[in-house]
Design a protein around this ligand. Structure first.
Ligand SMILES: NC(=O)C1=CN([C@@H]2O[C@H](COP(=O)(O)OP(=O)(O)OC[C@H]3O[C@@H](n4cnc5c(N)ncnc54)[C@H](OP(=O)(O)O)[C@@H]3O)[C@@H](O)[C@H]2O)C=CC1
Ligand SMILES: O=C(CO)COP(=O)(O)O
Length: 314
């Protein structure tokens, strides 16, 4: 069964390169001029294998299984325009965010645009460059249909990419989205010079926040403790390979950050704040990140924002 990938950014290209070791893969991007050079500038140093076909024609995407690797805030618009073409297939979301317009995750956007599709989520601790280089990586494949989850798990695992499966789509998807918000806060703490102890408290209290919201929205707590939650939280809060962490570093240090870089946690923090307010859930770290990203809170007030809250039980 062949596979296609929509979105030729770093992650879509890395997944396509990795899966192309098992068979033919088609990779769609809206701009594909780079393919003639044999590598994607978003994923430098990774040669494109012969079994990978790069196209900008959506009519070439005929595979029964399609991975959607667009940024979360772009996915809704893409599906509005092209969802009908993708219906009745296995559609695997690879985006880690919450849509600001609908306050839903990518799987709900896909299900709404493609009502007859089997919707799955691929998430977990994995940098595109690591996957593309064939470094060992473990991910979570979530699909509410347990039989489909097993088929997709087998189809998308490779010699270096080990997929675990779950039927908890909500938990897996929210783990990946919410960790990006906490990674910005961790980066800001390090950038501001608050030290590793402060980072550890943000990771831990951030994990409590992530779990609180996800469980309220129907996730299983153990999913948050797995690869897609805790695993990815640890990776993203500790590595400068992470764009969310680097964005936080820049916020904390008051330095410039490359415009146009995909930083899912910034918009997702705003979505989380709105969701949490509506549900009456306390999410202080996410609210702080939303404020910093929008400029309504300045870094000088960040500590007060967290530390002057009333003391409470852990
Ligand atoms: N990079 C990583 O290590 C990982 C990323 N992810 C997730 O994958 C998702 C994508 O990230 P990533 O690949 O890194 O991002 P990149 O910034 O590398 O690339 C984004 C890609 O999306 C394309 N794009 C954006 N908007 C649209 C649109 N409306 N229609 C068509 N294409 C569009 C861009 O096209 P163009 O080039 O034309 O601008 C670009 O190719 C994110 O949700 C991220 O969290 C998950 C795990 C790891
Ligand atoms: O999701 C990722 C690692 O699992 C990639 O993180 P960034 O988007 O912060 O680079």
């Amino acid at each position: 069964m062949s596979v296609a990938v929509i979105g030729s950014g770093a992650f879509g290209t890395a997944l396509a390169v990795s899966l192309a070791a098992k068979g033919p893969v088609t990779l769609w991007g809206r701009e594909t001029g780079w393919a003639a050079a044999g590598e994607n500038p978003r994923l430098p140093g990774v040669p494109l294998p012969a079994s990978l076909i790069v196209t900008k024609e959506l009519k070439d995407i005929t595979a029964p299984t399609v991975l959607l690797a667009l940024p979360a805030q772009s996915l809704g618009g893409f599906l509005t325009d092209h969802g009908a073409r993708l219906d009745r297939r296995n559609l695997v979301s690879c985006a880690k965010g919450i849509d600001l317009t609908t306050l839903t995750g990518p799987s709900a956007l896909i299900a709404s645009a493609c009502p007859h599709a089997t919707v799955a989520v691929l998430t977990g601790p994995s940098f595109a460059a690591d996957i593309a280089r064939g470094l060992p990586t473990a991910l979570t494949l979530a699909c509410a249909d347990a039989a489909a989850a097993e088929i997709l798990q087998r189809q998308l695992s490779t010699a270096s990419l080990r997929l675990y499966r779950t039927t908890d789509v909500t938990g897996a998807e929210l783990g990946g989205a919410l960790k990006n918000v906490i990674a910005i806060a961790a980066g800001a703490a390090i950038g501001a010079g608050y030290g590793d102890s402060a980072r550890a408290s943000i990771v831990t209290r951030g994990f409590a926040e992530m779990t609180r919201l996800a469980v309220t929205l129907g996730a299983r707590p153990e999913t948050l403790g797995g690869l897609s939650g805790l695993g990815d939280l640890v990776l993203t809060c500790t590595s400068e390979q992470s764009r969310n962490f680097r964005y936080g570093l820049a916020l904390g240090a008051g330095s410039e950050f490359a415009p146009g870089t995909t930083v899912e946690g910034a918009a997702t923090a705003r979505a989380v704040s709105r969701l949490a307010e509506g549900l009456g859930i306390e999410m202080p770290i996410s609210n702080l990140v939303a404020g910093l990203a929008q400029g309504s809170i300045v870094m000088e007030h960040a500590l007060d924002f967290l530390l002057k809250r009333p003391l409470k039980e852990e």
